[in-house]
Design a binder for this molecule. Structure first.
Ligand code: FAD
Ligand code: PYC
Length: 416
């Protein structure tokens, strides 16, 4: 910490934290805007930022029912990668990764991107074949992608158990070296501050309770702070995508589940990469504070509670301790959950809707943090031009009736 930050902290402490400069304004809602973005998570804030920056639309409101990043943006385990199977996915997730690589500079806000590599383990012959196929497909799209033997994995992660005699033996892994982690709330705050500087009104504690329409066109939203009018409305409400779409009479092919994660007590640096096991639904990275960040698979039932079941955690921790016996005496400090909206093909929706002027961005399931910049960038294009960008055209709502699905269950990690 520099001496300036120490002085600044001391000054603000002595002022009882009254005079901190606000990172963004908190205006009252205006009667109308050119566009309203519902949902102040990373995707909603990124959408507003790119609408203002790339498309010159600055009369925009972001309307959030709680606080910025209080949904899945602040609850995720911050893994970023672009190692997806299909060309459509490679294109949009790689666009997101490239935007992430320049995001701290673009926003002038340190998002603490750490490209420490992401490994996905194979535990049986089927996993090995599937991972090798994916490694090759990803490389064909020009994205960094390698396959590792158990001995190569051990060199990168010395604490992993590669004994062939355990319940989930490590037979190989894929690695994306440009993958890694970033500070999730910094991503939300950085986009918020930059969008605010471009004139976007960010309105927290303002829940959307209805979607106003006239003659098949959206005309605004009803909120807990009154009616706000706009000819364009973008819904970016992970965890509640179907609830919001339903307010406009649209039924989405989305099911919502709890997904949980946890952190251990902090320890000295022990693992400097991200290791994921899709087959047994567990993964680990170490935070800058020293905590091990551990995640599980989704719960097996639908729910809107932001907490998960204990048996999921028990199974996940049993697998973690088997793969990393050195963790077995660590204590879990906190655990939490979020609601993930999943589509039948484990790919998202970034689309126009049957209601003119109403757009939807959702269904990112367990894996949308990595996509935040690419999602906002393409959604802003879709809203500004009333037409999808080439990168999000495949992610339209029509694919669920045409059958042009983009099946990413294999790459979606903690499977959903
Ligand atoms: P959110 O951040 O959830 O934002 C949606 C916002 O909409 C919320 O703030 C909510 O309050 C608001 N809202 C809802 N209803 C209304 C309303 N009626 N009116 C106004 N506002 C409303 N992805 C990865 O890529 N890597 C990971 O490592 C990863 N780990 C995860 C771990 C967990 C435990 C969870 C739960 C998710 C994880 N994800 C991960 C998924 C990722 O977090 C999400 O896909 C992503 O954050 C979605 O971002 P968002 O901005 O769309 O949603
Ligand atoms: O999509 O990489 C991912 C992920 C990791 C944990 C949850 N989602």
């Amino acid at each position: 910490m520099s001496k300036y930050s120490i002085f600044s902290l001391a000054r603000n402490a002595l002022n009882f934290h009254k005079n901190w400069e606000q990172a963004w304004r908190s205006p009252d809602p205006k009667e109308s805007y050119d566009a309203i973005i519902v949902g102040g998570g990373g995707h909603g804030l990124a959408t507003a930022y790119y609408l203002a920056k790339e498309h010159g639309l600055s009369n925009i409101a972001v309307v959030e029912k709680g606080w910025l990043g209080g949904g899945n943006t602040g609850r995720n385990t911050t893994i970023i990668r672009s190692n997806y199977l299909w060309d459509e996915s490679a294109a949009i997730y790689e666009k997101a990764l490239q935007l992430y690589e320049g995001l701290s500079q673009d926003l002038n806000y340190n998002i603490m991107l750490s490209q420490r590599g992401v490994l996905n383990l194979a535990h049986n012959l089927h996993d090995v074949r599937e991972l090798k196929r994916r490694v090759n497909a990803i490389a064909l799209n020009g994205i960094d992608s390698e396959y590792l033997s158990p001995a190569q994995i051990k060199e990168i992660v010395p604490i992993i158990n590669i004994s062939p005699h355990i319940r989930y033996p490590v037979l190989g892994a894929s690695i994306q070296r440009r993958g890694g982690v970033a500070r999730h709330d910094a991503v939300a705050w950085g986009y918020a501050r930059a969008a605010d500087a471009l004139g976007v009104d960010i309105i927290q504690q303002c829940e959307v309770t209805g979607i106003l329409r006239d003659n098949g066109r959206v005309t605004g939203v009803e909120t807990t702070r009154g009616i706000i009018r706009a000819p364009k409305v973008g819904l970016v409400t992970a965890g509640h995508s179907s609830v919001l779409a339903n307010m406009a009479g649209i039924r989405l092919p989305i099911t919502s589940y709890p997904l949980q994660a946890m952190v251990t007590e902090p320890v000295k640096p022990i693992i400097n990469t991200v290791v994921m096991s899709n087959a047994v639904h567990c993964y680990v990275s170490q935070s800058d504070k020293g905590e091990l960040v551990l995640g599980a698979g989704i719960d097996g039932y639908n729910s809107y509670t932001q907490r998960g079941s204990l048996h999921v955690v028990e199974e996940q921790l049993a697998a973690v301790c088997l793969l990393f016996p050195i963790f077995s005496r660590l204590r879990i400090m906190r655990k939490w959950g979020g609601i993930v909206d999943t589509c039948p093909d484990a790919s998202p929706i970034i689309s126009k809707t049957p209601v003119d002027g109403l757009y939807i961005n959702g269904g990112w399931g367990t894996g949308g943090f990595k996509a935040t910049p690419g999602s906002g960038w393409t959604f802003a294009h879709t809203i500004a031009r009333d037409a999808p960008h080439r990168l999000n055209a495949p992610y339209n709502l029509d694919r669920f009736t045409s059958g042009a699905l983009i099946d990413e269950h294999g790459a979606a990690a903690v499977a959903h």
